[in-house]
Ligand binder design. Structure first.
Ligand SMILES: C[S@@+](CC[C@H](N)C(=O)[O-])C[C@H]1O[C@@H](n2cnc3c(N)ncnc32)[C@H](O)[C@@H]1O
Length: 212
């Protein structure tokens, strides 16, 4: 997702109180929230999915992670508008910006309940395989912060990334809990992401749930 740098939007992002800029800040929030469960979406884009998800469970903490600041600025703008229009404030929803590979520098061991990876960039060239968010390097970092038997929920419309992820997760020794070859035909609760809305008319959505 390429988005132009907009200084004013970045300033507004920086002023948003639920945009968390450091490990110390998020750890304080988590400490003040005692035993609440913590769910992460990595590569949340404009944040529709985690915004909806956070409303289904007000007793848990939801953190949307997006490496691109311009994209995150758009997510904040969208969330503010959504909250205004619906006259609500999603106090259990936070946004952060860091690269997924650094996750274990932000969170403590076993702190996270579940990680959502939705429509991650496919990086189709073989030479870029290490950048895929389901590469073993990333799976090893997620393991550090996930609680025992913590899960990853992964969705994509990209057949190549789906197949790669099945093999990568299998080789890593993860336990497959659910696999869908056509999620939209399955009778399960599904919150659609921006990419999902855009690309599902052109083919099936694949989904994998795995456990460590
Ligand atoms: C294809 S978009 C999907 C956005 C959203 N999840 C959706 O389904 O609509 C992938 C997003 O992941 C972000 N991303 C890519 N690599 C990342 C990384 N290593 N860490 C965090 N975010 C990343 C990109 O900036 C982009 O916004």
């Amino acid at each position: 997702m390429r988005t132009r740098y907009n200084a004013k939007a970045i300033q507004k992002l920086n002023e948003f109180e639920r945009y968390i800029k450091s490990k110390e800040e998020i750890q304080n929030i988590l400490k003040n929230n005692g035993n609440k469960k913590v769910y992460l979406e990595i590569g949340m884009g404009k944040g529709d999915f985690i915004t909806q998800l956070s409303q289904l469970d007000k007793d848990s903490i939801f953190i949307g992670v997006e490496v691109s600041l311009p994209v995150l600025a758009l997510a904040v703008k969208k969330l503010k508008r959504y909250e205004e229009e619906n006259n609500i404030k999603l106090e259990n929803l936070y946004f952060m910006s860091f690269d997924a590979i650094d996750i274990a520098n932000i969170f403590e061991n076993g702190q996270i309940e579940k990680i959502y990876l939705n429509f991650s960039d496919p990086w189709p060239k073989k030479k870029h395989a290490k950048r895929r968010l389901t590469n073993e390097k990333f799976l090893a970092e997620y393991k550090k912060v996930l609680k025992e038997h913590g899960q990853i929920e992964f969705k994509t419309d990209n057949r190549g990334l789906f197949e790669y992820s099945l093999v990568s997760m299998q080789n890593y020794g993860l336990k497959f809990i659910e696999v869908y070859l056509d999620l939209h035909k399955a009778d399960v609760l599904n919150i659609e992401t921006e990419y999902e809305k855009k690309f599902s008319p052109y083919g099936p959505i694949y989904k994998i749930i795995v456990e460590y």
